[in-house]
Design a protein around this ligand. Structure first.
Ligand code: ZN
Length: 352
């Protein structure tokens, strides 16, 4: 059931446009009198977009330190946390791909200070969500953080990132179809709190992706805007629901299971899209429509395209319900048998 009162924290500012990264120091200045800032970034970001941000911070008279994150592990995030504790900033900026943004969000949450998300790619909804997922001990942990104080998404910079990342972001959004179906099911069968508004908002972001699949496949700056807006909307849906429920269901469980079985064979959003096609079939929905959209976007739809063996898909399907046992989905409490999983993957053309 919903908590009473139900408190909703939302991002204060979302800025999407060309050359907005150059304005990041000013934007931060406008949001408050922040004098000490910690920038968490990736190994290559400094070269692409970081210099202009760091120069801008100096010009604004803001004192800053920079930490580089190489992989999205809890261990690395903890190491950054030690650096941040020593510097004692008033605000953290996550500047880079999903890893840097997630690590920055994690340290900001631990320090209980505001966070600004400045993504340089749009590969999953972590760029705007109030949750952070990091790898640790061979599993994914999803922890509640605060929503970013601001999201500054530079369309020009994100356009120059590999197209595969943008397509994966669209794949993460296709997953909202089945995430919402699973949430409804959990509400009906388990009496779990269900927020119709949050569910509709999340679903809307998936519908936009379906309607614009050709455009997204083309990878233009319009495609970048559509995907970013979808990722932000889905994140706002999580803020409203107070959980990842509107954004993550059985298709995400499949993706996490596949990462365990085949050691991160593909991008998160690519795996989620394939998972969503299969889970839509189990829900009795129009899974072919999802597959057509995924194909138009240029996402993988088969085991081969994901770079895994057919048996990896089946094993991941069999294991998926155990990933987060408290999250009830179409996979039920006892999951799929090997035979049922094989049939499902064959029926939907994921395996031969
Ligand atoms: Zn996701």
């Amino acid at each position: 059931m919903s908590k009473d009162p139900h408190v909703i924290d939302l991002p204060k500012k979302v800025i999407i446009g060309n050359k907005v990264l150059e304005r990041l120091p000013e934007i931060i200045r406008e949001m408050g009198d922040y004098r000490r800032i910690h920038v968490v970034t990736g190994p290559h970001v400094k070269r692409i977009a970081g210099e202009v941000v760091l120069e801008g911070l100096s010009r604004q008279g803001i004192d800053f330190e920079v930490s580089i994150i190489n992989s999205p592990t809890l261990q690395e995030a903890e190491a950054v946390l030690d650096e941040v504790r020593a510097f004692r900033p008033e605000l953290v900026v996550g500047l880079g791909g999903g890893k840097a943004v997630d690590a920055g969000k994690y340290v900001a949450a631990k320090m209980k200070i505001p966070f600004v998300s400045a993504p340089t790619s749009a590969s999953h909804d972590g760029i705007a969500s109030p949750f952070v997922s990091l790898l640790g001990g061979g599993r994914v942990t999803s922890e509640k953080a605060m929503p970013p104080l601001a999201i500054v998404a530079d369309v020009g910079v994100i356009s120059t990132a590999p197209k595969r990342l943008l397509r994966a972001g669209a794949g993460d959004l296709i997953g909202k179809f089945t995430a919402v179906l699973d949430w409804r099911l959990a509400h009906r069968l388990k009496g779990e709190y269900y927020g119709a508004y949050a569910a509709s908002l999340s679903l809307l972001s998936a519908k936009h992706v379906l309607a614009a699949s050709e455009v997204i496949g083309g990878g233009s700056s319009e495609a970048v805007r559509i995907v970013i807006e979808g990722l932000v909307s889905s994140s706002v849906a999580m803020c409203i629901a107070g959980s990842t429920r509107p954004a993550s269901g059985s298709e995400h469980l499949f993706s996490h299971a596949l990462d365990i079985v085949a050691h991160y064979p593909a991008l998160h959003g690519e795996e989620v899209a394939v998972g969503s096609i299969m889970m839509a079939y189990l829900h009795g929905k129009n899974w072919k429509r999802l597959r057509r959209a995924a194909e138009a976007i240029g996402l993988p739809t088969t085991a081969k395209e994901l770079g895994v063996k057919d048996t990896d898909i089946i094993e991941a399907l069999v294991m998926a319900h155990k990933i987060r046992p408290e999250r009830y989905t179409i996979l039920g409490e006892s999951g799929l048998t090997y035979e049922a999983a094989e049939r499902l993957a064959q029926k939907t053309g994921v395996i031969e």
